[in-house]
Design a protein around this ligand. Structure first.
Ligand SMILES: [Zn+2]
Ligand SMILES: [Zn+2]
Length: 349
């Protein structure tokens, strides 16, 4: 099969590799689509602690089953599926508590296990066993379904934040994750959604997701804008969907009393120490949470939201490439000119 193999920093090689063999507890997929994530860009340009080259990246994927191991029940040839990429062990203390995003022994598809930037991908036995494989309902495109995983990460964040009916939600950062969070907040009943970004082109792209207000922070004071739009209270929920220390430090000040704040993006290693007024947290009874990844059940729910038409993930796809153009696809994602960049394997010669 053809695969884009990460062989080292800045070295992505499209080559012929052996198609993985399907064993009795695994499922073999033909990959239909796989989106480029910020993590893929990071792994290619700077390396990543979890990624040990040579490796096949890609963890936001949709595929079609071509072979099912003899011990696997409930899955059949030709069915289309998505796979949750953070595969929990199912046995540790946190898995036992249903908190598998902090599992002590995560298997990561697209970093510690060969991912979706290849014509075929073997779904590990553990992913099959722990409910990571979800069937794509008819009527949902492979492109839309490929974004199940990033949407599931938003579900994880918004479940922890308790985003619900009547909430005002401020999203700082209009990238793909900001946009998915905006659509999800709407689906969960948020009635005032404010999106903020420094760059006008990104704000224009984010208009597609139908937030109520857009604030260009290079022209407008965000603090003042948020007070104006929330009856001088501040936002009930603030989601910092960008890797900015400055945005994280400002977040509590933008949230209302009893407001809930989420740091969605991680900061670069070595510069992740920030400062904020902890008295604000104390006296205003605010809640600050961090999130990373999603559980298999949150992946199930994300796909259900897409299938029900409550979150139209295709709205955030601005670029499409073939597998043989992965280098350009990653370069496009890196420039942040668009939103999500999708690799469609059918276009591979
Ligand atoms: Zn991702
Ligand atoms: Zn575990």
């Amino acid at each position: 099969m053809k695969a884009a193999v990460l062989e080292g920093i800045d070295t992505l090689v499209l080559k012929e590799v052996e198609t993985p063999g399907c064993t009795q507890d695994t499922i073999l997929l033909r990959v239909d689509a796989c989106a480029v994530c910020g993590t893929d860009v990071k792994a290619l340009r700077h390396g990543h602690q979890m990624v040990k080259p040579p490796v096949i990246l890609g963890h936001e994927l949709a595929g079609t089953i071509v072979e099912v191991g003899q011990h696997v029940r409930g899955f059949y040839d030709s069915e289309r599926v998505t796979v949750a990429s953070a595969v929990p062990c199912g046995m540790c203390y946190y898995c036992q508590r249903g908190q598998s995003t902090v599992c002590e022994d995560i298997l990561d598809i697209g970093s510690t296990w060969p991912g979706g930037f290849a014509q075929y991908m073997l779904v590990p036995a553990r992913a099959v066993r722990t409910g990571c494989v979800n069937k794509i309902p008819d009527g949902v495109s492979a492109a839309a379904a490929a974004l199940t995983e990033p949407l599931a990460c938003c579900v994880n964040a918004q479940e922890m934040l308790g985003v619900g009916t009547g909430d005002s939600v401020l999203i700082v950062g209009c990238g793909p994750i900001g946009c998915l969070n905006a659509m999800l907040a709407r689906a969960r009943g948020a009635t005032c959604i404010i999106m903020a970004n420094r760059s006008e082109p990104r704000l224009k792209l984010a208009a597609a997701v139908g937030a109520d207000h857009y604030v260009n922070t290079s022209e407008e004071d965000l603090g003042k804008a948020v007070l104006d739009l929330t009856g001088a209270r501040g936002a009930d929920v603030v989601i910092v969907a960008c890797a900015s220390a400055e945005a994280q430090e400002a977040a509590l000040g933008l949230a209302a009393p009893r407001g809930r704040v989420n740091f969605f993006g991680g900061l670069p290693r070595g510069s992740s120490a920030i400062t904020f007024d902890s008295n604000r947290l104390h006296y205003q009874e605010q809640v600050l949470v961090g999130n990373h990844g999603a559980t298999p059940y949150q992946n199930y729910k994300a796909l259900a939201l897409i299938a029900a038409g409550l979150v139209d993930t295709e709205k955030v796809i601005t670029h499409r490439f073939g597998l043989d153009e992965l280098e350009s696809a990653v370069g496009t994602a890196e420039k942040k000119e668009g939103l999500k960049v999708l690799v469609e394997h059918g276009q591979c010669a």
